[in-house]
Design a protein around this ligand. Structure first.
Ligand code: MG
Ligand code: MG
Ligand code: MG
Length: 308
């Protein structure tokens, strides 16, 4: 495996992490890197499975660690805490991302980040810069990633670039993002056959700041009350994880993708930080965050600014 270039997004992969890995693999092959290979750091969620079924694509191999000196390319993340085990001993060739930078490498590499809503939006621009033709499948992978990350343009993370690129991708793929994207997002809200442990790990990210460790998990739903019927089970799973991972805080957000609100469960000894961070009062470990849908732009920065 060592002369291969493994391409992957973050753990608990979302549609952008998976789709952008394949879009990057295709880009690398077009640039002459025949050994490029998209892999994943976890199972595909149901939203991403919808995309793969639609395209008739095979799911990627799942890896959890890499050998020393393995060539890797990171997409949709740059923090070691969200990446593969042994990343520090790998050779990172490229990073293409749209998150806050928390990254240092003691060697030269290609690092591309833009403050846009989706990694695939950045990748689209890179294809254009190289003059590489975007085929229908690649276009639909990118379009799926944009629909997912921007919640069909409704997230505050969405930028005019994401909308412009999505329009061009609709032309190439011949797929209407509104109807296709709605079906795709809906597929991702089906939590029916997950255990509570699986639900909290569908889209969970670990963050560290000044000695504090915390996780923010998020699920999309069209029915918040239905998700919260299982609050007690989620709390048990979260408390177990807090103990195991020695977390200071755990925020679980059920995000209503129709009405653009999130109801959260907040646990851990720093749980009250949520009150200051969002100007809400926590009742029964929960709070309703009106107009909050983005972890990156709303939940995470508000917590970071109030965690001390
Ligand atoms: Mg992501
Ligand atoms: Mg992303
Ligand atoms: Mg996301």
């Amino acid at each position: 495996m060592s002369n291969k270039t493994l391409i992957f997004g973050h753990k608990n992969p979302d549609t952008d992490s998976i789709a952008s890995s394949f879009v990057m693999e295709n880009l690398e092959k077009n640039l002459g890197n025949d050994e490029a290979k998209a892999v994943a750091l976890g199972n595909l969620n149901k939203e991403t499975k919808y995309v793969f079924n639609y395209l008739g694509m095979e799911e990627p191999e799942i890896i959890s660690d890499v050998e020393n000196d393995q060539n890797v390319i990171l997409v949709d993340h740059n923090e070691a805490s969200q990446s593969v085990t042994n990343l520090e001993h790998s050779k990172i060739l490229k990073v293409v991302d749209h998150h806050t930078m928390n990254f240092v490498a003691p060697y030269q590499l290609y690092y591309r980040t833009e403050p846009v809503g989706c990694t695939s939006t950045v990748l689209y621009k890179i294809y254009k810069e190289y003059g590489i033709k975007i085929d229908k499948k690649t276009a639909l992978l990118m379009l799926s990633a944009i629909a997912s990350d921007t919640l069909l343009f409704k997230s505050p993370t969405c930028t005019p670039d994401d909308i412009r690129v999505a329009e061009e991708l609709m032309n190439i793929s011949g797929v209407d993002i509104k109807s296709y994207g709605t079906d795709m997002l809906k597929a991702g809200t089906d939590l029916s056959d997950y255990t509570p442990e699986q639900v909290i790990n569908i889209d969970c990210k670990l963050f560290e700041k000044g000695g504090k460790k915390f996780k923010i998990a998020q699920v999309n739903t069209a029915d918040i009350d239905n998700v919260f019927k299982n609050q007690a089970y989620f709390e048990a799973a979260i408390n177990q994880d807090i103990e195991k991972e020695k977390l200071d805080l755990y925020v679980f957000a059920a995000t209503d993708i129709v009405n653009s609100n999130s109801k959260i469960i907040t646990l851990g000894h720093d749980a009250p930080v949520v009150e200051k961070a969002f100007g809400v009062s926590v009742t029964n470990n929960t709070a309703m965050l009106e107009n909050v849908v983005s972890r990156k732009k709303q939940i995470l920065p508000n917590i970071l600014n109030n965690l001390d």
